[in-house]
Design a protein around this ligand. Structure first.
Ligand SMILES: [Zn+2]
Length: 225
């Protein structure tokens, strides 16, 4: 099945449907996610999306804000990176530990969801999506453990389960394997390069010069199902 290029890049929305309060999910993933949610509910959790579909425009705004220092870039230890001494390519690599290159984000596809356990968060708590919320005694740790054990039987996996030298470990990010894999297999460095050539993206020449390496290290380099 061929995926529309604009759906791959987060440039259109007709591969999506609204799941709940403003969260959009791929039409092929909404039912499996509801089944997963029901199973999690049976096990005592309230599985909710913190983030699902994200458009190209939104990802571009995040990227440019981080590149210009308007939004902090965190390193793997959760510390803010001082970008002043870094060259453009070094800044790009620092951003990509936690934020995907626009056009190459799995969140464009609507197949991937950052989750949390709504039952465990105190009123008014603002989720940070940091490891301490998801491991040991963090509020989402029990749900994460349950999903790591059970999500696969519902077709979901953790593409950023382990740090593999590219994207940091993101225990809050799950993906519906069958559909996401179809999208990933059709995403090519050269087509992202063409897309970004006509885009106002910070660090453009560094990105274009390293597009193959970006794919190898940050796009196709994921943990398996
Ligand atoms: Zn995510």
């Amino acid at each position: 099945m061929i995926v529309d290029t604009n759906a791959l890049f987060g440039l259109k929305t007709d591969h999506l449907q609204e799941h709940s309060d403003g969260f959009f999910i791929n039409t092929e993933v909404d039912a499996p996610f509801k089944t997963l949610k029901a199973a999690a509910h049976e096990a005592g959790f309230d599985l909710k999306p913190a983030s699902s579909y994200r458009s190209f425009e939104r990802q571009l705004a995040i990227w440019n804000a981080k590149f210009c220092g308007v939004r902090p870039i965190l390193n793997i230890d959760g510390k803010v990176v001082d970008i002043r001494p870094l060259d453009d390519w070094e800044i790009c690599q620092a951003i990509m530990q936690y934020s995907a290159l626009p056009g190459a984000s799995r969140h464009h596809w609507g197949t991937d969801i950052d989750f949390y356990d709504a039952k465990m968060l105190p009123e008014g708590y603002e989720l940070q999506l940091v490891e301490s919320e998801y491991d040991h005694h963090g509020p989402c740790a029990a749900l994460t453990h349950w999903l790591m054990t059970n999500a696969a039987q519902y077709g979901f996996f953790f593409p950023y389960r382990h740090y593999l030298g590219g994207i940091a470990c993101e225990p809050w990010h799950i993906s519906y394997y069958e559909v996401a894999n179809r999208y990933l297999s059709q995403l090519k460095p050269q087509s992202v390069a063409v897309l970004l050539t006509d885009t106002d993206i910070e660090g453009k020449s560094a990105i274009l010069a390293h597009i193959d390496e970006i794919f190898t290290r940050f796009v196709t380099n994921i943990s398996d199902m």
